[in-house]
Design a protein around this ligand. Sequence first.
Ligand code: BES
Ligand code: MN
Ligand code: ZN
Length: 487
Amino acid sequence: MTDIAALSGSVEHWKGDALLVLAGEEDCEKCDVPSPYGEYVRALAQRGDFEGKKGSLVRVPLFEGGVKNLYAAGLGKAGECTPAALRDALTAALRKIGRERNRSVLALIGAAGPETDVILGEAVGLCGYVFDKYKKKEKEDSFVLERVFAKGINAEKTSLGLAFADAQCFARDLSNEPGNVINPLTLADAAARLAKESGLTCEVWDEERLERERMGALLAVGRGSRTPPRLIHLAYVPEEAPKGAPRKKAVLVGKGLTFDSGGLDLKTPDFMKTMKGDKSAACGVLGVLKGVAALKPRTEVHGIVPAAENMPDGGAFRPDDIIRARNGKTIEVDNTDAEGRLVLADALSLASGMKPDVLIEMSTLTGACAVALGNWTAGLFTKDEGLCQALLDAAGRRGERLWRLPMDDERIGETLKSKFADLVNGASRYGGAVFAAMFLNEFVEKGVSWAHIDIAGADFMKEESGVYTQGASAWGVRTCLDYVLSL
Ligand code: BES
Ligand code: MN
Ligand code: ZN
């Protein structure tokens, strides 16, 4: 784990492995890096080796003085030099620095803003992330960065950033585990362990309890698996009652399909691969709770995870089955691969019964959302304008791309109806993400302020870039945590 230290003394006298300069295109010529390093950067600029272009990163070995390597990372044109670009550039640079055998670095961050120290904390916490526990360690790739020094930093802000990153890395680790390791039972164990270590409460409902609680949809989805479904409930209840304003209650729900084969409507190989990631929203919710336990906001926060494995089997639920969800509504199964909305139906009716001030549900729900928005952007669905703006703002602060999609399409709403039951779980391919969001809305009690975030696509990265490494991204952990802290 890499940590952060404030620079004591001057840049010229600092001794260590690497020095990192971040500069934009416009000011890199005159960028005020103290001698002798400023001269190197200006020489690089004059030779055209470093122009400050977005995404550029160069290394110059130094043969005298107290520093071995100088790195220069570009932030682009003035308009491109956003906090999100800074976070990405800083994380990528620190990642490379750590892989190139540097144990210490002094980071000179040019573009300063009020969020810079939080961003530095996030970048330091994310730069060394790798899921390699099942690999023999390859020397070239191992990461050795131990300490990042920076000038005049605010420790409270950098540790907030580190906490954001820690919550996200926890979620990534869990989400990257394959289906033969994480199933509904071991996911519940992981939640219980987290609760014990961080002072949260954890309750897990087994099949018997789920029957008693009338969670027929979650039970139906789990029926084809050797491992039975579970409902996980983590809670953070702040000790002191705040003076004045009553304490708010936020409930987060995360889809926890530990593997989604599609069930009897089996997926084809191309689509089945990566479906270990169908639990990433659940892992994200656990990550948010970990962050909440560390940062101790005034808000009461609950995490609800319906966990199941969707498998084909003699006992599996089938197309045409009519199942009854917790709120009494019946659902005709059109497609067993539209299982997420079923487990969420029960979880949302449970969550909205807890009378939250706000309810946020995340899920890898529809391929249609990934088709609409691509692999880097999640879809936001809510009828509450205030909540919509607050979530977009939180995502903006944390640099996670979030885009609003509608859930008031009356004609799609018509297609929710079934001939034989109250609702049907699938429909036309067109507007699939909107249909799914409107389906979920049928299970939230009227009057509850709620939002659905579809992270299908954004939850899993094919390539390393900026804050992301290959595999689970744990998209939404920092956004939801930031939102909860803002309440
Ligand atoms: N877990 C999938 C959605 C998904 C797709 C997540 C791609 C991540 C990447 C979900 O359970 C699913 O299979 N949805 C179907 C719904 C359809 C059958 C109505 C889909 O999107 O194809
Ligand atoms: Mn599915
Ligand atoms: Zn799924």
